[in-house]
Design a protein around this ligand. Structure first.
Ligand SMILES: [Zn+2]
Length: 154
């Protein structure tokens, strides 16, 4: 059972906002959290680093979408992996009921949901297909979801 909680971040990502997010994630770290970051205009480095470290420690997953260039660069500076404008922190071993189902060994591959080509993936994250350009999310079992269908209807 996978759940995703969507919310909106506005203003400055500072320590108090980071702690609010962490309180939420700490209660249910097995849920995926996705935030709309289009309303953020500033990122506090200390808060962003703390947020990343604590999410990883909790075994959670937290993505921030629609970031401005400045905020994206600030998050990258703090060590957040950014793919296609989405900053995503995901624990290597997510806290799920079935974490033992994780694929082990070999190079993980997932099929592109657009053209079906097997693509090398590196854990949970957002990817784009070099063949057809489809953006998709891969989960820890190699399942892929087209990025567009996750939050927009086409
Ligand atoms: Zn493709």
């Amino acid at each position: 059972m996978e759940q995703t909680v969507h919310f909106i971040l506005k203003g400055v990502l500072d320590r108090s906002l980071a702690e609010t997010v962490l309180d939420e994630i700490g209660e249910r770290p097995y849920i995926h959290y996705r935030a709309d970051g289009s309303g953020l205009f500033s990122i506090d480095f200390y808060a962003a680093c703390m947020l990343k470290d604590r999410v990883l420690k909790l075994g959670g997953q937290f993505a921030i979408l629609d970031l401005s260039d400045e905020c994206r660069i600030a998050l990258q500076y703090c060590g957040w992996p950014v793919h296609d404008g989405v900053a995503l922190v995901a624990a290597e071993n997510p806290t799920t009921e079935n974490s033992n189902l994780e694929v082990s060994g070999g190079e993980p591959e997932a099929p592109c949901p657009g053209c079906g080509k097997g693509l090398k993936i590196d854990g949970v994250g957002l990817y784009s297909c070099p063949v057809c350009g489809t953006h998709f999310h891969a989960d820890n079992r190699g399942r892929t979801t087209p990025y567009e269908s996750m939050h927009l209807s086409q």
